[in-house]
Design a binder for this molecule. Sequence first.
Ligand code: COA
Length: 256
Amino acid sequence: MSEIETRLENGVLTVTLNRPDKKNAITQAMYAALAEAAERARTDDAVRVLLFRAEGDSFSAGNDIGDFIALGSQGQGPTDMPVFRFLKALADLDRPVVAAVKGRAVGIGLTLLLHCDLVVVAEDALLSVPFVNLALAPEAASSLLLPLTLGHQRAFELFALGQPLDGRTAHAWGLANRCVPADQVEAAAADLAAQVAARAPNSIRKTKALMRDAEALWAIMQREGEAFGGQMKSPEAMEAFMAFTQKRAPDFSKAG
Ligand code: COA
């Protein structure tokens, strides 16, 4: 079984994160497969809707931290990585995107939702963007889209303190269209995807394209990439990554 599975049925391209033992933490190889799926969604006329879902108890624990350690020490810039191919494909996507979110949605697990058009969250889901906890910086145009959705103060607190938001609050704050018990998330998302897939496809595409500025999103993703890439190679980030692998709290007292 692949860690990213895709299935096209009745116009809905379902993309499943399938690495449940690691809470669906996303590796560069998985980003490459996600990019392929998002590019297919834009170019294959048989695809009317893209649906993201996950196996196991968590939507995604975000970027794989082992990858961060490897990439940080290699000195590869983030814009060379498959994650950037995926982000570009998300910015360019004019097909509607639906997400079914249960359990943890961390980092890109949350910022991906800012590029989805219909989001279903479980009431007890826990969503967070702890980039600062890892001494990193926001990505996926979230520095623009999160404050746009929540307001500056709420977004800043989520970024700076990294505390999770539960599904009910995420829904109340406008991050999700529906908030349902966890065992109803998949059915609610599939129902929304089927409804959108039945609508006039060109009308839907034009509606979505008019609502978003793909070029501006890509520009901010690249700007964020500079900040993120600089931080990724920093001693404070290495301390945060090592602390995660050693299951201890990071010590930033000597960072300067
Ligand atoms: N990268 C790599 N491995 C990860 C991971 C990540 N982002 N998130 C979880 N894992 C691994 C854990 O190391 C653990 O592996 P092990 O069983 O070999 O020890 C396994 O997935 C299960 O995770 P665990 O932490 O035991 O589960 P939990 O239910 O106690 O906590 C989370 C779940 C998501 C809260 C916690 O794993 C976490 O905080 N992960 C990091 C999230 C993060 O900072 N992501 C980056 C955002 S930019």
